[in-house]
Design a protein around this ligand. Structure first.
Ligand SMILES: Cc1cc2nc3c(=O)[nH]c(=O)nc-3n(C[C@H](O)[C@H](O)[C@H](O)COP(=O)(O)OP(=O)(O)OC[C@H]3O[C@@H](n4cnc5c(N)ncnc54)[C@H](O)[C@@H]3O)c2cc1C
Length: 390
């Protein structure tokens, strides 16, 4: 490793799965970096639900990070169970929980646990918490600079926007903005389900459950710690979603409005809304244009959602963010000239992201078709090629 590569100043904005994987793989190759993160700590907010890490992306990134073996005992292979239900709660398709040796290629891990794994593998002080990046620019010497909320300015040799959907770094490279997909989620959480909500626990099983009908969905997933997270998904104009489903001051009113959207659904399914314990979090789903890319700006690039935000219907966003982070680090470790590294990274990342975004946009349409249950059942049947109960 040349001194030149070790002495480069690498600034990463955002300590999500992508930014942390980048910092970790750089560290494995002896290259220091600094991650600027607006959250005040790793536990400042709920990190969200569970992720299934794909062998070809999320797990490959962990391999490059030297963390794959540590990941395995933290993961939940049984989370591979899948149930597809209609609004009457009849099971239309079922993949049972993988047994030992079944070879589940996408084991689940809670986002919080994944974040702890990545953070614990970084040298102290790599992540600067509570450092919101307010602005970015190309400085007089042609170096990217970022301005923090306290007014401090930092110059970097390489600036990476790993700062998610509403990236502050992206405008240096591209005019694209995320566009509302026509679908809104509201997230709910049920705690201690085996004791407090046994019927819901039974309905959802050990992994994921998708109930689909009437161009709506209730998507539930088992999280660690005896919790079930539910995404209540509706096709709706953004204005209505923002006014009707986003009332943190009055969760009871939001809950009632949501229940009114599912009037004739089985009571067991409606319990996912009625019995949720945590706050109901409004989450309109946005996406960047499929095939989003940019011309090279010296020293600056993007990864993960900042580069290719897509709807969650392909289950790929965090996996891709991690692979982006790993591959960018490998490119920076392989080349003295940062431009050669950034170019190599983007050349591989753009088509990969475009393929996943195309798939995710198609899945979004499928999930809200009048016969969504049949479409998904056929898709999963093809994928599993007869290995599930039907
Ligand atoms: C409901 C839902 C379900 C999903 N399910 C899955 C799934 O099952 N599998 C999957 O692979 N993907 C899933 N995704 C997608 C996944 O969550 C994202 O693709 C992934 O988190 C992107 O990682 P990232 O590191 O690029 O960005 P993020 O995770 O968004 O991290 C960005 C970080 O940057 C920080 N930040 C933002 N702005 C600034 C600033 N100005 N200054 C400093 N810090 C800043 C943020 O605080 C955050 O920590 C889902 C998404 C949603 C909405």
């Amino acid at each position: 490793m040349s001194t030149q590569r070790r002495q480069r100043r690498i600034a990463i904005v955002g300590a999500g799965p992508g930014g942390l994987t980048l910092a970790r793989v750089l560290h494995v190759h002896g290259i220091p970096s600094t991650v600027y993160e607006l959250d005040t700590s790793a536990t400042a907010r709920d990190q969200g639900g569970t992720l299934d890490l794909d062998e070809e992306s999320g797990q490959r990134a962990l391999l490059h990070a030297g963390l794959l073996e540590e990941f395995r005992p933290l993961s939940r292979p049984e989370g591979g169970e899948l149930r597809l239900l209609g609004k009457d709660a009849d099971v239309g398709f079922h993949i049972p929980p993988p047994q030992d040796g079944d070879g589940n290629h996408r084991p689940e891990i809670d986002r919080r646990v994944l974040k702890e794994l990545l953070l614990g593998s970084l040298p102290e002080g790599t992540v600067r918490w509570g450092q919101k990046v307010k602005a970015v620019a190309i400085g007089a010497a042609g170096r990217p600079t970022l301005t923090l909320a306290d007014g401090t300015t930092v110059a970097a040799d390489v600036l990476v926007g790993a700062d998610g959907a509403w990236s502050r770094v992206r405008p240096l490279l591209s005019d694209a903005d995320p566009v509302y997909t026509g679908v809104s989620f509201v997230d709910g959480l049920l705690n201690d389900v085996d004791t407090r909500h046994p019927a819901v626990a039974e309905l959802v099983g050990r992994g994921s459950m998708f109930a689909l009908a009437d161009e709506k969905g209730l998507f539930a997933q088992r999280n660690g710690g005896g919790r079930i997270r539910v995404y209540i998904a509706v096709k709706t104009p953004e204005e209505w979603s923002r006014s009707a489903l986003n009332d943190p001051a009055d969760p009871a009113a939001t809950r009632k409005r949501l229940l009114d959207l599912f009037p004739d659904w089985d009571e067991g399914l409606r319990a996912l809304i009625a019995d949720s314990d945590g706050p109901l979090v409004h989450r309109p789903i946005h996406a960047l244009p499929t095939g989003h890319r940019w011309d090279r700006v010296p020293g600056v690039t993007l990864l993960g959602d900042a580069a290719h935000l897509m709807s969650p219907f392909a289950g790929a966003g965090a996996n891709l963010a991690m692979l982006d982070g790993a591959e960018l680090a490998l490119a920076l470790a392989a080349h003295d000239d940062p431009e050669t590294a950034l170019n190599a990274y983007e050349t591989a990342m753009f088509p990969r992201a475009e393929a996943a975004a195309t798939q995710s946009a198609a899945h979004l349409v499928d999930f809200f078709q009048p016969d969504a249950l049949r479409i998904l059942r056929d898709a999963f049947t093809t994928m599993t090629a007869g290995g599930a109960d039907r």
